[in-house]
Design a binder for this molecule. Sequence first.
Ligand code: CDP
Length: 218
Amino acid sequence: MINPRIITIDGPAGAGKSTLAKEIAKRFGYVHLDSGALYRAIGYGCKLAGVNLKNREAVLKVAENLKIELLPDGRVLLNGKDVTEKIRTPEGGLLASQVAQFPEVREIVVKLLRKIAEGKKIVIDGRDAGTYIFPNAELKIYLTASPEERARRRYEELKKKGFNVSYEQVLKEVIERDRQDENRPFAPLRVPERAFVIDTTGKSLKEVLSEVEKLIDP
Ligand code: CDP
């Protein structure tokens, strides 16, 4: 058992990273950093600006001038406006995944995250938290689950929020995002060295939590 200052949780969409991160934050007194929210905010900001997301120069120009804030309660502000709910859509995930391909966009996000983390105990969830943002993190977790299970969870979550989506559509979107995230040349989604890999297929949050709790010194 260890008493880590930094805990990273990486893995594909719908693996349960943010739910687990929030629970760890609550139980052990960590600040939760949702790195995906920053890519979502940039993707959304680019959409509002009417930018073609394949145009690197244009995306960078917009991204450099966006003011993004991650508040301690998890809310995200874009140029001072609360966009927390607006960016948590299936489209928001795809927009995020597109802008996240560009190394310069990643640098903006990584700088911000490292700055927020200074001197705090943090639990961060994302795709490259343990491989790239905090390679020296004392505890690294990699969460995964079958694409079908991840899509089913995401589908239930979206339906609860009132989105009109089909399971097939969500599964397609999950697979497409996995493909983009695993195949980008810069900081792709990978299992970090020293990571504890947990396959959450068929497991409840409680079961996953009890596996993780064994790793952390209370
Ligand atoms: O919650 P979910 O896993 O579906 O999405 P998210 O964590 O909000 O991330 C949205 C997208 O942002 C991902 O599909 C990645 O393309 C990108 N991302 C990334 O590249 N690196 C991170 N550390 C976090 C997110």
